[in-house]
Design a protein around this ligand. Sequence first.
Ligand code: 5GP
Ligand code: ZN
Length: 122
Amino acid sequence: MSALAQITLMEDCLFCNIIAGKIPSKKVYEDDKVYVFEDIKPGAPTHVLIVPKRHIRGLKEAQTEDAEIIGYSHLIAARIARERGIEDGYRTVYNSGPGAGQSVFHLHLHLLGGRGVSWPPG
Ligand code: 5GP
Ligand code: ZN
């Protein structure tokens, strides 16, 4: 993909616009690698999205160079769960592809907790 095509893609991307502050969000945490915010339609008392600042379309499209950010996102999720006192049980989820409910095509890790989370998920 050309650099111009990549920029156009990011301008159209909801989460790139949230990260850039062009669309408001309830920020939970931010550093140079990730932006974390409250899900607009929470499915649990804690439902936050851990989003790499770099645009990656989804887990299916992730490359070897994305391995670090994928692991790092999980460690951020674990830290937020610890801080929120939900370590009795929480879930981290990547919905991958429309069949699994992925609706935003910028990689994001869901952290859900603060209530019982049953298994298997629906
Ligand atoms: P997906 O369905 O792709 O796995 O997850 C996308 C998530 O983003 C959904 O849980 C949805 O509620 C959330 N979401 C969609 N649009 C917005 C928005 O504009 N702001 C926030 N904070 N969350 C959003
Ligand atoms: Zn994006």
